[in-house]
Design a protein around this ligand. Structure first.
Ligand code: PGA
Length: 269
């Protein structure tokens, strides 16, 4: 039997907030009715971790957007899992595509960060991504498998990891990934877990999608069988994030409505 995976939505604020922007996001997120069957988290710049944690209701988790691979030391500009936890936060995003591409973080460093964050007891959103060139060359599966293998070296407990797949070519480019393209990549990642980790890890690990997720496309994507949620960038700064958090329940409610209408309709035989 396939295990139930709780829907997971993380709104990644990137480097796009200050205190007043956080205040306005906290206002609309706190006022909204959020589906309790979705785990909601925000990805916050390190200097505002404590502030965001204090302002947000406790049902919304807070993640750092990166951290280093040791607890302390002479590493100017870095933060450690211990510091994130000291700010009251339990999540960290590692291997975000912007870390991989803009800051040239190699697989090996990301894997070391993942290993240390796991040992420190953090929950991790571990990212893998494909570029436009990867897709055009038909290398998607190979590229994702290599990133997964490297991440897996640092992971001993998959129950505390969410895997995020980002189609970089669909992030802020105006080009959207189709539901079929998203499903295919997520299915490949789940199969990778099955073959290289365990059947249990494949059944229970949440795999989420990133790349221009919006209130317009989230419901269609939320019905994909291998999709367990979203990593959201620009839409996370707007009230749209509420629709995205609630996208799975909105889709289920639509289905229930459809079936009850069919039952009561004279043609619904
Ligand atoms: P996007 O960003 O939703 O703006 O494409 C996603 C991400 O890179 O975290």
């Amino acid at each position: 039997m396939v295990a139930q995976r709780k829907f997971f939505v993380i709104g990644n604020w990137k480097m796009n907030v200050d205190k007043s922007r956080i205040d306005s996001i906290v206002k609309f997120m706190s006022a909204a009715s959020l589906d309790s069957d979705t785990e909601a988290v925000v990805g916050c710049p390190s200097c505002y971790l404590s502030y965001a944690r204090q302002q947000l209701p406790s049902n919304i988790g807070v993640a750092a957007q990166n951290c280093y691979k040791v607890a302390r030391g002479n590493f100017s500009g870095e933060i450690s899992p211990a510091m994130i936890q000291d700010c009251g936060c339990e999540w960290v995003i590692l291997g975000h595509p912007e870390r991989r591409t803009v800051f040239s973080e190699p697989d090996e460093l990301i894997s070391e960060k993942v290993a240390h964050a796991q040992q420190a007891g953090m929950k991790i959103v571990a990212c893998v991504c494909e570029t436009k060139e990867d897709r055009e060359a038909g290398r998607t599966q190979e590229v994702l498998a290599a990133q997964m293998a490297s991440l897996a070296e640092g992971i001993s407990d998959w129950s505390r990891v969410v895997v995020a797949f980002e189609a970089l070519w669909a992030s802020n480019t105006g080009v959207l990934a189709t539901p079929d393209q998203v499903q295919e990549a997520l299915q490949q990642l789940r199969q990778w877990l099955h073959h290289n980790v365990s059947r249990q890890a494949a059944d229970t690990t949440r795999i989420i999608y990133a790349g221009s997720v919006s209130s317009t496309n989230c419901q269609e994507l939320a019905r994909l069988p291998d999709l367990d949620g979203f990593l959201v960038g620009s839409a996370a700064l707007k009230p749209d994030i509420v629709d995205i958090i609630n996208s799975r329940s909105s889709y289920v409610a639509k289905l229930v409505n459809l079936f009850s209408n069919l039952e009561t309709s004279p043609l619904g035989i």
